[in-house]
Design a protein around this ligand. Structure first.
Ligand code: NAP
Ligand code: MG
Length: 499
């Protein structure tokens, strides 16, 4: 029996959902002070889902004041760690209990497949709240080595009010990546979801209250980047920002910080990640599934997508045979149908952007072996999974982030050429290596300037492993792992002189 319901059943769940339409500030639903709203659309059908409060600087300021008040009062920031743990564990349970509805909500809002939404929301999202909740009462400070008449303690404190600015590609998962560690250490948060996908984060705020989070600790301010996002970046009473999105907007946040209170800014940004297939690699199911997932998972709307597949000429034909067979079998269509592999792009505008890159690839001389355009017969923002061969490393499609279902094969001769091409990018988020030779694998892993290297299987790691980028893919900050909490902590020395 399938673990999934039918598309019809998911549509019935969709029909019963109450879609959030307000901001969530200080424990309550509220309209934007201006009364402004924006339209929210299901990109798979073009249908209007409803309107959502369009918050601006006034609403961000209201949210920051609430977050500051509760932070100073200490209801959460100075609560016993086991109390914070209990609330986060309860939140994990509530997400699990509501996973199906949350997944349908997210799928409608973003065009993501129900399969992916269910996987992220019933497993990964609660794991984050649970894992960081469990960490809350297991973090110890340090005592420095000093002379006998001194005790010097090195303690960590929550940094204060944090601004969390999110992308649209993994809406609830990105909220969990940032919120779970921030809340675990005692921070208060002002969270801005992407304008395309505000719904699941708003519903999460409600569940967090039900779990026992004090009002004001988590505020969700839907709205546009130029208004709500910029107001977070420039706010003088926000102590730190954690951002995931494009490199261009990440750079704005550094400016906002330099022009306001010099708040630290954690950045997770774009990528143009390589997958290297050496001549000794087994072209087996694991490799082929990895190549497909690395390029097409989430419709390629993934910052760590391995779009540049650098394949040794000795195995290129075997690789392409298998990859094309699997690409042609991918089902593009109704995101609420569990048989669907690729849902729609997040918006009609984004679809056009992806299609324009596909046209650029053709004009640059890359050879189209599969896909190459919009999906026929589907009215929404659908793009066919596209495979290009003979991609030259200097082509725009090999240098710029497409963020769509495009796999580009760059043929090479040998390890040295593969490494040189893999390294030749402004980004540094991720890389995958396929080889049976462990020495070659480590040689490459150590020389690739990026935050995550996966060997013999495409993976971004999991909650236990830090995630972030070198070069223009990130700042020094990392999400996930114990490293993530550093974004939300200050370090204090307490120096005690004894008689
Ligand atoms: P984006 O523009 O960087 O948006 C990310 C977040 O920043 C959103 O919440 C956005 O608000 C906000 N924002 C936008 N402009 C802002 C500004 N001037 N000041 C403050 N905040 C601002 O990314 P996107 O539009 O979602 O996607 C564009 C490209 O970013 C993609 O094609 C892809 O290349 C990259 N991207 C990367 C990731 C990743 O995980 N690394 C995720 C998504 C996108 P709005 O909702 O109003 O835009
Ligand atoms: Mg939407």
């Amino acid at each position: 029996m399938s673990a999934y319901k039918s598309a019809e059943q998911y549509r019935m769940i969709a029909g019963r959902l109450t879609l959030p339409s307000h901001a969530f500030i200080d424990g309550d639903w509220t309209a934007a002070a201006s009364g402004e709203v924006f339209e929210n659309v299901d990109p798979a059908t073009g249908a209007r889902l409803g309107t959502v409060a369009a918050c601006d600087g006034v609403d961000v300021d209201r949210a920051v004041k609430a977050a500051r008040r509760v932070f100073e009062a200490g209801d959460w920031s100075r609560a016993a760690p086991e109390q914070r743990k209990a609330v986060l564990l309860k939140l994990a349970d509530l997400v699990r209990a509501n996973a199906e509805e949350l997944a349908v909500l997210e799928s409608l809002d973003s065009g993501k497949t129900i399969k992916d939404c269910l996987n992220e929301i019933s497993h990964e999202v609660p794991t984050f709240f649970q894992w960081y909740g469990e960490l809350a009462d297991k973090a110890f400070g340090k005592v420095a080595p000093t002379a006998e008449k001194v005790v010097a303690m090195i303690v960590k404190e929550p940094i204060g009010v944090v601004g969390l600015v999110l992308p649209w590609n993994f809406p609830l998962l990105m909220a969990a990546w940032k919120l779970a560690p921030a809340l675990a250490v005692g921070c208060s948060a002002v969270l801005k979801p992407a304008e395309q996908t505000p719904l699941s984060a708003l519903r999460l705020a409600e569940l967090a209250m039900e779990a026992g989070l004090p009002p004001g600790v988590l505020n969700v301010v839907p709205g546009f980047g130029e208004t709500a996002g910029q107001a977070i970046g420039r706010h003088n009473d926000i102590d730190a920002v954690s951002f995931t999105g494009s490199t261009e907007v990440g750079a704005y946040f550094l400016n906002y910080a330099s022009e306001s209170n010099l708040k630290p800014v954690g950045l997770e940004m774009g990528g143009k990640s390589p997958m290297i297939v050496l001549d000794d690699a087994d072209i087996d199911d694991t490799l082929v599934s990895s190549a497909i997932n690395a390029a097409f998972w989430n419709g390629g709307q993934n910052c760590s997508a391995n779009m540049r597949q650098i394949v040794d000429r000795k195995v290129k034909d075997a690789f392409l045979d298998r990859v094309l067979e699997k690409t042609r079998a991918l089902v593009v269509g109704d995101p609420l149908d569990p048989a669907t592999d690729l849902g729609s792009m997040v918006s009609a505008e984004h679809k056009e952007r992806v299609l324009s890159y596909i046209e650029i690839g053709k004009a640059e001389g890359a050879q189209t072996l599969a896909g190459g355009g919009a999906s026929e017969g589907l009215a929404g923002a659908f793009v066919d999974p596209t495979v290009f061969d003979n991609v030259d490393p200097q082509m725009r499609i090999a240098r710029e982030e497409i963020f769509g279902p495009v796999l580009g094969v760059i043929p090479v001769d040998g390890v040295d050429e593969a490494l040189a091409i893999a390294r030749d990018t402004d980004y540094g988020l991720h890389a995958t290596i396929f080889t049976r030779d462990i020495d070659k694998a480590f040689h490459l892993a150590k020389r690739l300037p990026c935050g995550t290297v996966a060997i013999n299987g495409f993976s971004e790691g999991n909650v236990t492993t830090p995630f972030g980028g070198y070069k223009r893919s990130g700042s020094m900050a990392r999400d996930n792992g114990t490293e993530a909490i550093d974004q939300y902590l200050q370090t204090k020395t307490i120096w005690l002189s004894l008689k």
